[in-house]
Design a protein around this ligand. Structure first.
Ligand code: MG
Length: 372
């Protein structure tokens, strides 16, 4: 089997509500999505999506994905898409770094591999489970009462996991928020307090020590891995690492040095499922629980995360995340499993299990064709 063509689409995905990230460092109302279709000489096509969370959340942006694919296209054409690690090495050799640009190529190849073997991607990654994966809500910052009301609205929809955004220079308000939300926590509920890098080391120390008696988990309470390592030494609250977990070497360092207790695996950031599954395995080996997300995007991105989440041992899995309900557009109407009752369940459809309605994508922005 050979890759015969790579077709790239750009699509703006409007959000239902404008989004503010913790710390007020960005506000946006549309996501820049890239959809990729890879064709083969055996009539099987694979689909993928890459949608960074705006341009300022991570060093990743839509134009960079499309430029990266252009740089890598000639080395990919003619290769066997089922040879995932050969594809991975070809991309890493042709374009060092830029992991987020490689993720959609990797995903489209996994989709082809699943369709060629008649298996869902989750089975190829180790085996899907029939039980659904909990989906975490995303609770933006507000007054304690506003945040509790938002969590309640998700509880009514069946959600048992919540990513609660905190972080800012008003440490007293963060302490008040956390205490109020914890006094309303239901048994067995999963709550991560996501700081999204907004605290300095001093602010992290103040808040985390003030609520140390609660035993709550803080996600990315500082900017860098060095910051998390320093915060670790002055706090006994569990830490989840999100933005600072990029490479396999990062995962190994975090595990070896005990910097965090939870991995937030964002598949776009780490460069695709081929790389993400190794980070999953490090988590399993070192007693580190996991939270799995694509980064953002439509039902395609959500399903990519759900496939990997399904292969995490249940006692290690915190939740996955579903972005599609935050969008004002459905790019794949009627296609693919959806978040229902706060859970997403992967079915037995081969490959990714969802493809976009091509008529909704508009004209391709690029198409690369193999000339044997
Ligand atoms: Mg996070």
């Amino acid at each position: 089997m050979r890759i015969t063509a790579i077709t790239v689409y750009q699509k703006d995905l409007p959000l239902k509500n404008p989004y503010w990230l913790s710390g007020g460092r960005l506000r946006f109302d549309v996501l820049d999505a890239t959809f990729v279709k890879i064709d083969t000489d055996q009539g099987i096509s694979g689909w993928a999506e890459a949608t960074p969370w705006g341009h300022t959340y991570l060093p990743a942006h839509g134009p960079g994905i499309r430029a990266g694919i252009e740089t890598m296209a000639q080395t990919l054409l003619g290769r066997d898409p089922r040879q995932l690690e050969i594809i991975e090495r070809a991309m890493d050799t042709c374009l060092p770094g830029h992991l987020y640009a490689k993720q959609p190529v990797d995903l489209a190849c996994w989709d082809i591999y699943g369709k060629a073997t008649n298996l869902p991607i989750a089975d190829l990654l180790g085996g899907r489970r029939d039980s659904g994966t909990p989906v975490a809500s995303s609770i933006s910052t507000g007054t304690p009462a506003e945040m509790i009301a938002l969590i309640d609205s998700y509880r009514e929809q069946g959600y048992i996991a919540h990513s609660v955004k905190v972080g800012g220079s008003n440490t007293d308000l963060d302490i008040e928020r956390i205490r109020a939300i914890e006094s309303n926590r239901l048994p067995n509920e999963i709550i991560l307090y996501d700081v999204n890098r907004a605290w300095t080391r001093r602010e992290a120390s103040i808040v985390m020590n003030a609520v140390a008696d609660l035993g709550v988990t803080f996600e990315q309470p500082g900017e860098t891995l060095n910051d998390l390592e320093a915060i670790r030494k002055v706090s006994r609250s569990p830490i989840s690492v999100d933005e600072s977990l990029v490479t396999l070497a990062d995962a190994v360092r975090i595990a070896r040095d005990g910097i965090a207790d939870v991995f937030g695996i964002k598949i776009n950031r780490v460069g695709g499922l081929t790389k993400a599954r190794r980070i999953r395995d490090i988590g399993h080996a070192f007693g580190i629980q996991m939270f799995v997300m694509a980064t953002g995007g439509s039902v395609l991105a959500d399903n990519e995360a759900a496939h990997l989440a399904q292969t995490v041992q249940p006692e290690f899995l915190q939740a996955c995340w579903s972005c599609q309900d935050m969008l004002d557009i459905d790019i794949a109407p009627g296609s693919g499993p959806r978040c229902t009752n706060g859970h997403i369940t992967i079915d037995r459809t081969p490959g990714l299990g969802v493809k976009p309605d091509e008529s909704l994508l508009g004209e391709p922005v690029a198409r690369y064709v193999y000339n044997a």
